[in-house]
Design a protein around this ligand. Structure first.
Ligand code: FAD
Ligand code: UDP
Length: 400
């Protein structure tokens, strides 16, 4: 049987040489077809296979696993993130414990500077930011809070991404750090964007210059891709890369679907397109040891086309006489990376969500399928919760 399976794989590979990996057999009956090998798809596949003994086929239209968290070594041997910097942070011990089955960790606390004129100052705005920007000598939290309170503009009802910032730090700091960056990143003014977007970035009266304050701040020691490979390395899981759902539908035999692509696409855009924001990434290698003092430098100036530059050595701990960087250029065209949080988009998503609710043979999981601006840990949490709910509904076994 094994020889026959290997032969069939070989034939498929010869027939379609463009496919980097094709381990799935068209004749196998699968309990689940998982569309997408990112966090949502990989966690669901791992749980269904290892937790419930189900036969699972994972497909992805890209030639690799890990979704947007995909990392690999570039031409200079540096580990880079193909789709922009992915920093793992969470307050959930359960999520860290779960992922620890598939990776060791490297401690890493993320720090970001914003380029303002010829200065680089900490973002989130903290006491150091204000002292450095304005030549002040604010000494403690109370000093700094008073400085900000004198500039903050009261907003009766905080609704938009502009309101959040202006009500906390005033218009000048808003314009310096948030307006230009947000207009570039989202293609709309912060006044048109839900408050949840800029609320991701706090304001601090302390000198804490970490981007995140979560209890767990670690990076997978050997990278995200290696972690995903372990997650998907299970006898009940087959993997077919470079395969789109449209093609897989007719090609494979399965009972249920876990769908982690864009939800509007699943339903043939029948209510119209859900807006997603895209990015272009420019990856460069420079012949110097370091380019930046921190992993990420943000460019809030609207006249600068990129939003941020990432230097990976800070994240990975790799040493080399050269360094690898990624520039991010926001765009409407290209892969869907960000759902755009605003009321009208949420209303459209709700119509698709109502369709999903009456499509019980499909589980919709992840950032694109549930149209939520989720971080990686939130997607893992959502997938684990979806799996548990599904187990309870189906009364399928849970082994681990
Ligand atoms: P994805 O990773 O997008 O995976 C979905 C997969 O489905 C994709 O691989 C896609 O190719 C595949 N797919 C879609 N449609 C089809 C189809 N029709 N057929 C076959 N396959 C299909 N989170 C953090 O926690 N920290 C960070 O620092 C961070 N930085 C980020 C930076 C950027 C630039 C971006 C874009 C995101 C960042 N995130 C970060 C968020 C993180 O990427 C997501 O939370 C996470 O990757 C979402 O996982 P997912 O499985 O839902 O989606
Ligand atoms: N933001 C900003 N200036 C900054 C950093 C963030 O205006 O220097 C705003 C911007 O709208 C951005 C949002 O805050 O999209 C969330 O920032 P985050 O760093 O969380 O974005 P992500 O890493 O998800 O792209």
């Amino acid at each position: 049987d094994q020889v026959a399976a290997r032969m069939l794989r070989l034939i498929l590979d010869i027939a379609e040489p463009r496919r980097p990996v094709l381990q799935a057999l068209p004749t196998t009956h699968y309990d689940y077809l998982v569309v997408g090998a990112g966090f949502a798809g990989a966690v669901m596949a791992e749980r269904l296979a290892a937790g419930s003994g189900k036969r699972v086929l994972v497909i992805d239209k890209r030639p690799h696993v890990a979704g947007n968290a995909y990392d690999h070594h570039d031409a200079a041997g540096m580990m880079i993130h193909q789709y922009g910097p992915h920093i793992f942070h969470t307050n959930s011990a359960e999520i860290v414990e779960y992922l620890s089955r598939f990776t060791e960790w490297r401690p890493y606390e993320h720090r970001v500077l914003a380029q303002v004129g010829d200065k680089q100052v900490p973002i989130p705005i903290n006491r150091t930011t204000l002292n450095s920007l304005y030549g002040l000598s604010l000494k403690d939290d109370a000093d700094t809070a008073a400085f900000l309170a004198a500039r903050a503009e009261p907003v009766a009802m905080v609704r938009s991404s502009e309101d959040v910032v202006v009500s906390a730090v005033g218009r000048e700091l808003y314009e310096t750090f948030f307006r230009g960056y947000t207009r570039k990143q989202w293609g709309i003014d912060p006044s048109e964007l839900d408050k949840s977007v800029t609320a991701r970035v706090p304001t601090r009266t302390s000198t804490d210059d970490r981007y995140f304050t979560d209890t767990h701040q670690v990076m997978p020691r050997d990278g995200y891709t290696a972690m995903f490979e372990k997650m998907l390395d299970h006898p009940n899981i087959d993997l077919a890369l470079g395969v789109d759902f449209a093609e897989a539908k007719a090609r494979f035999v399965y009972d249920r679907i876990v769908y982690t692509g864009p939800i509007d696409e699943y339903f043939g855009f029948r209510f119209g397109k859900l807006p997603y924001r895209s990015l272009e990434f420019r990856h460069v290698i420079e012949e110097r040891e370091w380019a930046q003092s921190v992993a990420v430098v943000n460019y809030p100036d609207e006249a600068v086309p990129h939003t941020r530059i990432t230097e990976y050595k800070h994240l990975t701990g790799q040493t080399a006489p050269h360094t690898s960087l990624t520039y991010e250029y926001p765009s409407d065209e290209g892969d869907p990376y960000y759902p755009i949080p605003r009321a009208e988009n949420q209303a459209l998503y709700k119509r698709y969500e109502a369709l999903a609710a009456v499509t019980p043979e499909v589980l919709f999981v992840g950032r694109l399928a549930t149209y939520r601006y989720y971080n990686m840990d939130q997607v893992v949490g959502q997938a684990l919760a979806t799996y548990r709910r599904h187990v309870a509904e189906q009364a399928i076994g849970e082994a681990t």
